[in-house]
Design a protein around this ligand. Structure first.
Ligand SMILES: *Cc1c(COP(=O)(O)O)cnc(C)c1O
Length: 386
């Protein structure tokens, strides 16, 4: 690129200086708790494959059969000729699983959030989002051209005061499980406020789907909330489901409306049908094998009690996301680097993924971890955090 256009070198140098430079590591082989990274075997504590389904033999077999049946490419958008029997069946199964009238597949969670938020509110409307919402929800709010406000994290009073002044159409949007903190949104209170002010409520359950609740439906099951209380439920399929893509579930009218209006749905190629077939297989495992959720719960409890014994400061997270706050980005990066040298892969999360000054290690647990792997991590954590 020409120098006159943009000073890339200066910009990159600045990121490096601030400890915010990001680099990729090359993985060989499938997602697993033992993973080969840049040629070395590490114990993986970064993946969102919470149930260990990303490389499950039945999911892999369904994917292969899907390719046999449908080929690789979907050929076009869902509204042209790309909406296969496999996509349709997965949507019906997701609707049934979440107990909602219908579900709609999106190619990624990022796109679902952009498309849904900007379809539901526009110029003249208002969007209220938790400060710590995922970037895709925040970007959806910006894209919508509505009056976009961020309320204090999980602070329903702050939200209520902002809503007080709003007489126009308003949408409240929150992560269900906060992706970098692991805590839960105060969903019953959010639903009550939404009802009181006749606002819409959209929940992104990327990290609750498959994991929370006895059946694994996610945060709505965890809190026992109905479709009426949480009308717009979104979740991704690339995390606990171990596959790829995302969906929105709700009323028949909501889904019909999104099919017409969500631009990231209309103007993009459908995910390969084989991906939908793989996801159908993983959804079956989510429904049938509740032991994965039980095992994960035990491992989370083991990690938290062990960490407290070590004197580590944990965040208020009941989920598989167990961050350890460090603050300084350089220090977070150094801790992550030292862990890699010791054989553990834990990512350092820095701004702008998290607010300035809140760099952290983000440890994620999987049902496939052994208690010994967790103990091994707990043994080395205090020394890398010095
Ligand atoms: C991962 C994630 C997304 C994005 O989903 P993709 O399918 O990866 O695009 C959206 N919201 C939250 C809360 C996430 O954690």
């Amino acid at each position: 690129m020409t120098d006159g256009f943009y000073d890339f070198a200066a910009s990159l140098g600045q990121l490096q200086q601030q400890g915010l430079y990001r680099r990729r590591r090359v993985v060989d082989g499938p997602q697993a708790t033992l993973i080969k990274v840049d040629g070395r075997q590490l114990i993986n504590f970064c993946s969102n494959d919470y149930l260990g389904l990303a490389n499950h033999p039945l999911v892999v077999a369904a994917f292969k059969q899907g390719v046999e049946d449908y080929g690789v490419g979907s050929g076009s958008a869902h509204l042209i000729c790309g909406h296969s029997r496999a996509h349709h069946a997965l949507e019906e199964e997701l609707a049934d699983f979440t107990g909602r009238q219908r579900a709609l597949l999106f190619s990624t969670g990022y796109m679902a959030n952009l498309g849904v938020v900007s379809a539901l509110v526009g110029r003249g409307g208002r969007v209220f989002e938790d400060r710590l919402n995922h970037a895709s929800l925040l970007d959806g709010g910006l894209l919508s051209r509505a009056d976009f406000q961020r309320y204090r994290h999980a602070d329903v009073e702050d939200l209520r005061q902002r809503l007080d002044q709003a007489s126009v159409r308003s949408l409240i949007v929150s992560d269900g499980v906060f992706s970098m903190d692991g805590d839960l949104a105060p969903l019953p209170a959010l639903a009550a406020v939404a009802q009181q002010y006749q606002a819409g409520l959209m929940i992104d359950d990327a990290h609750g789907f498959g994991v929370l609740g006895n059946k694994g439906v996610g945060i709505t099951e965890h809190f026992g909330l109905t479709e009426q209380q949480v009308p717009v439920l979104m979740a991704t399929l690339g995390k606990a489901a171990g596959s790829f893509g995302a969906f929105v579930a709700g009323s028949d009218e909501l889904i019909e409306f999104l099919i017409q209006k969500a631009r990231s749905y209309v103007f993009t190629t459908a995910m390969p049908a084989a991906v939908a077939e793989a996801t159908r297989a993983s959804l079956k495992l989510i429904r049938q094998e509740s032991w994965r959720r039980d095992t994960l719960r035990h491992l989370i409890a083991q990690f938290r009690s062990g960490a407290l014994q070590q004197g580590l400061r944990l965040m208020d997270s009941p989920t598989a996301i167990q961050p350890i706050l460090i603050g300084d980005s350089h220090k977070a990066l150094q801790a992550s680097q030292r862990l890699i040298e010791l054989g553990f892969w834990v990512s350092a999360i820095r701004p702008p993924t998290v607010p300035a000054g809140t760099g952290r290690l983000r440890i994620t647990l999987s049902a496939e971890h052994t208690p010994e792997q967790i103990d091994a991590l707990l043994t080395v954590l205090p020394e890398v955090l010095l």
